[in-house]
Each structure stands twice: as C-alpha cells, then as structure tokens.
Design a protein around this ligand. Structure first.
Ligand SMILES: Cc1cc2nc3c(=O)[nH]c(=O)nc-3n(C[C@H](O)[C@H](O)[C@H](O)COP(=O)(O)O)c2cc1C
Length: 202
C-alpha cells in the first residue's frame, strides 16, 4: 500500500459518479480486504448489508437527510467547516442516486451504561474494517465517504432492512460510486507537531 493512497483517501461526496453502476464483484473484493482488519480477540464482528435497490435507497436517504439536518441544527460551524458542510448537504440531497450504500453492522449491542474499555473494544473492532474498505475502494478508482447521520434512525433502518435491532448494531453507512476525476491532495489537518506530545501530555 502506498503512502499516496493513505494520504489522499478523502471523504468523497461531490466527486461520486452517480451515473455509473458499481460492480458487485468490486464491492465483494473490497470487503474481502476490509475483513483483514484487526478486531478484539479476532471476533470479526462485521456484517455488511449492500443496498442497490432504488426504492430502498430512497427510504434510507430520507432517514439520512433527517438525521443530517438534526445534527446541524443549533450548531455554528467554524469557517473552515463550511466547505465540508456544503458537500455534506450535496451528499444528503443525492444519497439515493449513489449506486451502492454499504451498511456496516457489528454483531451485538452495547449495554447502558457502558465502560470505556467495552466501548473502545466494540467500535475499535469495526472501524478499522471500514477504513480498510475505503482504502481498497480508492485503490481501484471507487470513491466513498464514511457516514453516520442515518443512525439517528437506526431502528427504522433496521426494520426496513430486516436487521435484528437487539442483536446487531449499525455503525456506519458507506456510499460507494466510481470516482470522478479531481484533485487528489492530502486532507486539511492540524500539523502533526501540534497534536503530538513526547513522554507526557504537559
Ligand atoms: C465517525 C465519523 C462519522 C462521519 N459521519 C459523516 C456523515 O454522517 N456525513 C458525512 O457527509 N460525512 C461524515 N463523516 C466524514 C467526515 O466529515 C470526514 O471524514 C472529515 O471531514 C475529513 O474529510 P477529508 O478526509 O476529506 O478531509 C464522518 C466521519 C467519521 C470519522
């Protein structure tokens, strides 16, 4: 894997090609790389539901839009967040047109209250697979974006897709499409020296 791939795999929203289908075989091959990711005790809790059916995507998109809007309400974005918000809005409006929506699920449901250890183990056992998936997609010219906004309606989406809510937790939805040409630059990040401490926090 190249440094270039690691540093240029971005949240793709506007550069998703909404007119070109995505092959099932490509999705499966990328998921095959996704599941090489680490998980606590090698539990491999991942399950994936790939939605390509138009009517089902429409329904998910409606929940997503509501979740996205609720997440924004009452927040004042920083100036540097405005571009992301704009492209976030674009994705919310076009989600149903994205060729494949990959719902990433993890077996089990967290108790309440939950310890930091359990929480870290639960989510830490699934997001590495999500990121592997996104890297594998990008490597073959497919674009994606890690999203969570639909989770405000996790129960409704579970019902829609026949996911057993009490036994399976949805953690993310990854819209996938072919990547339209555009800039492949590293993302905007705070400098590493600013976010790193040596030996002690302070
Ligand atoms: C846990 C998590 C949840 C996210 N949820 C959403 C989402 O619901 N919708 C969305 O458009 N982007 C979502 N994102 C994408 C982030 O906005 C994106 O990763 C971040 O802005 C960095 O983008 P860049 O790599 O292109 O610079 C999420 C990312 C993470 C890690």
């Amino acid at each position: 894997m190249s440094i270039e791939l690691l540093s240029t795999t971005r949240a793709i929203r506007r550069r998703l090609d909404l007119s070109r289908p995505v092959e099932r075989q490509d999705l499966l091959e990328c998921l095959d790389i996704a599941i090489q990711a680490p998980s606590g005790s090698n539990r491999q809790p991942w399950r994936f539901v790939i939605v390509q059916d138009g009517a089902t995507k429409q329904q998910i998109a409606e929940y997503y839009r509501k979740g996205f809007a609720a997440n924004l309400s009452g927040r004042t974005p920083r100036p540097d967040q405005l571009r992301d918000l704009d492209s976030g809005q674009y994705l919310a409006e076009h989600l149903a047109e994205v060729p494949a929506l990959v719902l990433v699920c993890s077996l089990g449901r967290l108790p309440e209250p939950v310890s930091a250890l359990r929480l870290a183990s639960f989510y830490g056992s699934i997001f590495p697979a999500v990121w592997n998936f996104m890297l594998a997609l990008r490597d073959r010219g497919l674009g994606s974006c890690l999203t969570t906004a639909h989770l405000a309606y996790e129960r409704e989406v579970a019902e829609l897709l026949g996911i057993p809510f009490d036994e399976v937790t949805q953690v993310a939805m990854v819209p996938v499409a072919h990547l339209l040409p555009g800039a492949d630059r590293p993302g905007r990040r705070a400098p590493v020296a600013e976010v790193t401490r040596w030996d002690r926090w302070a």
